[in-house]
Design a protein around this ligand. Structure first.
Ligand SMILES: Cc1ncc(COP(=O)(O)O)c(C=O)c1O
Length: 388
């Protein structure tokens, strides 16, 4: 076991976060309040949209977006097969049916050329995911969606401040959904935000997040309690101000890792298109499991033993997860039963199969100093030599 341990993610909190939280504690007002509003305004400005609506987490951001966009029971939403599960479970929670597309072999994001295969007369929306912080191919996806009259929901949970051809993600589709979970580029502890330029959608999402209540006495629609508390908003408002600096440091570290580890025969840095600003939620590398002679999971475990924590996800395609493969929804076959198409998810999509389980993210968070990064580079280099 190594003396040094370089973690892959940690929240970085400064005096501003402490002062804001202290102010909320002293006010005794923990509900959604002025800090949530301040956080929303700052996030709307950063993304370049008219509305940012803070919610309890990234999953509920997706749920409320789907509901506000009018998803009906059995309606289909096309998603990439390699992403965090809640991109797709959020669809089922809203009584919709996820339809799984392949991923781009180089970018790991939704393969826009596979979306056509997924279309049916029940397709309502397409949900690209800006996986690991690299924007999906939005021009092609939005053009396809326009042609087929589909809504576009950006799952930007992992891509705070990333840009696609100059536009900040979350401002490109009909709505953008963000997560501020503790490991993200910035955090509120738990939290989420929906971004949109559409006034009506924004009003509907605000109504839905707070019990569907138009006022204290009237439940005008089936709503939820998906609000963010001011304690979380207080942290978020301070964190937003630091995002640009954090992302700059993530970029420096990630680019250094990509460069210094580019000539290993068993580890390949991810491709980054020249027309994007990557948010580097991850510094992703693909493992050649034949060349190293072990699985992705074993590499993850061995590097951890040597003091380098890595991210290692997503091990299985979503279409193989029991929740989808076995239609485990509402303790019944709903919402699949509300859809006349067969969705048995008996899939084996080539790019997903090639990548699943073979990707790791090396430590790149802004709390690392140059010696930490040196250690990561040296450890990864030495590991390849040592195990062969
Ligand atoms: C791609 C993606 N979508 C959605 C989510 C859900 O966000 P949350 O964990 O805040 O519910 C996450 C969270 O990790 C995510 O990575």
């Amino acid at each position: 076991m190594s003396d040094r341990y370089v973690s892959v993610a940690e929240p970085i909190l400064g005096p501003e976060e402490h002062e804001n939280v202290e102010a909320v504690l002293e006010s005794g007002r923990f509900l959604q309040g002025p800090y949530v509003e301040e956080f929303e305004q700052k996030w709307a400005d950063l993304v370049g949209v008219d509305h940012a609506i803070a919610v309890s987490n990234g999953t509920t951001a997706i749920q409320l977006s789907l509901k506000a966009l009018g998803l009906r029971p059995g309606d289909e939403v096309v998603v990439p097969s390699l992403t965090f599960g809640s991109t797709a479970t959020a669809i089922v929670h809203q009584a919709g049916v996820p339809v799984f597309a392949d991923i781009d072999r180089e970018l790991y994001t939704l393969d826009h050329t596979d979306v056509e295969r997924c279309l049916s007369d029940r397709t309502a929306a397409v949900m690209p995911v800006h996986l690991y912080g690299h924007p999906a191919e939005m021009d092609e996806i939005c053009a396809f969606a326009d042609e087929h009259d589909l809504a576009v929901i950006e799952d930007a949970a992992q891509a705070h401040g990333a840009r696609y051809r100059g536009d900040v993600v979350g401002s490109i589709g009909d709505v953008g959904c963000f997560s501020f979970y503790a490991t993200k580029n910035i955090t509120t502890g738990e939290g989420g935000v929906v971004t949109t330029d559409d006034d009506d959608l924004a009003a509907e999402i605000r109504l839905l997040r707070s019990h569907g209540m138009a006022n204290r006495d009237e439940h005008v629609t089936l709503g939820y309690n998906y609000r963010m508390s001011d304690l979380n908003g207080a942290i978020g408002s301070a964190q937003v101000d630091r995002l640009a600096g954090f992302n700059q440091r993530r970029r420096e570290i990630s680019e250094r890792l990509f460069e210094e580890l580019s000539d290993l025969d068993w580890l390949r840095p991810a491709v980054v298109r020249d027309y994007v600003d990557h948010a580097y939620f991850w510094a992703p590398f693909e493992i050649d499991t034949d060349a190293i002679g072990m699985s992705g999971k074993e590499v993850w475990r061995e590097l951890k033993e040597r003091g380098v924590e890595t991210r290692h996800r997503y091990v299985d395609p979503l279409y193989d997860q029991p929740v989808f493969a076995e239609h485990r929804g509402f303790n019944s076959d709903f919402p699949w039963s509300a859809n006349e198409h067969a969705h048995d998810y008996d899939l084996s999509l080539p790019n997903v199969e090639a990548v699943a389980g073979n990707t790791i993210g090396l430590p790149n968070h802004p709390g690392l100093d140059d010696e930490d990064v040196d250690y990561v580079v040296e450890t990864v280099q030495a590991f390849g030599d040592e195990v062969r």
